[in-house]
Design a protein around this ligand. Structure first.
Ligand code: NDP
Length: 252
């Protein structure tokens, strides 16, 4: 039921952090995996790690703020792997500032990276996902898809948008044999949150205090949810947002 042998997956931002967690989960379940990111050294290290797990693994250099680069990524991944069954739209960034100080340049970078890239990649992947008959799109949202924070207007707008985009795609593509879901990570220890922890001195303790499971998340926490959502076990699940947050979002 959870076997992904013979399936082909593409993970944007799969060269590190949560994306590499998703990629490891898919690889361990038997899928061929292509990771895509800007940093070639990180791409190569991720391929080595996935290959060591026994997976057929590839990398592609991509800038997800560039439409042509995204479309080329999807075409190349499908060519190399002989199809594309699973697309994980994970690449993301954050530029924090109070709303009254947000520079429009930063706003557009965050929206392009976190939201528009997923639209373009999904659109480009649609014919491949449909052709295979078991298509899966897994998007990456955030706690900021649900809550607000003073420095996160752009990030929150992008991640809220990811949830609504997920629901529309799920409805539109169900008859094409494609499910579309979104994962909402809590506070996870990655490069993205390192700086936030340095800047906000109480953040580390605040997260621990609010989390029923008293720890920060780890990229390993995303292996299982990726394998599950990509598998036949999740064939009747579409359009949902799944928090992977140690209970953070349900703690009253
Ligand atoms: P990382 O900084 O470790 O990972 C970000 C990934 O996105 C990297 O692989 C990076 O690749 C890639 N990326 C960023 N910009 C681009 C770009 N323009 N083109 C191509 N690739 C790009 O952070 P996380 O693992 O934490 O973040 C992954 C996702 O998880 C993001 O969508 C983030 O918003 C989301 N998330 C993270 C949370 C957390 O607490 N960490 C909480 C909620 C959501 P490269 O280095 O090669 O550019």
């Amino acid at each position: 039921m959870f076997d992904l042998t013979g399936r082909a997956a593409l993970v944007t931002g799969g060269n590190g952090g949560i994306g590499l967690g998703f990629a490891r989960g898919l690889a361990k379940a038997g899928a061929a995996v292509t990771v895509a990111g800007r940093n070639t050294a990180k791409n190569a290290a991720a391929v080595a790690e996935l290959t060591a797990l026994g997976a057929r693994a590839y990398s592609i250099e991509v800038d997800v703020t560039d439409e042509a680069s995204i479309r080329a990524m999807v075409t190349t991944a499908a060519e190399r792997m002989g199809g594309l069954d699973i697309l994980v739209n994970n690449a993301g960034t954050n530029i924090r500032n109070r709303p009254e100080l947000v520079r429009m340049e930063d706003w557009h970078t965050v929206l392009a990276t976190n939201l528009t890239s997923g639209m373009i990649a999904s659109q480009a992947a649609h014919p491949h996902l449909k052709a295979g008959g078991v298509g899966r799109v897994i998007n990456n949202g955030s706690m900021l898809s649900i809550f607000g924070l003073p420095f996160h207007a752009a990030y929150g707008a992008s991640k809220g948008g990811v949830v609504q985009m997920t629901k529309s795609m799920a409805v539109a593509w169900a008859q094409d044999g494609i499910t579309v879901n979104v994962v909402l990570p809590g506070w996870i220890d990655t490069d993205l949150t390192k700086k936030a922890r340095q800047d906000m001195t109480t953040l580390h303790e605040d997260v621990l205090r609010r989390s029923p499971i008293k720890r920060w998340g780890d990229p390993r926490d995303f292996e299982g949810v990726a394998a599950f959502l990509a598998s036949d076990a999740a064939a009747f699940i579409t359009g949902v947002a799944i928090p992977v947050d140690g209970g953070f979002s349900v703690h009253g």
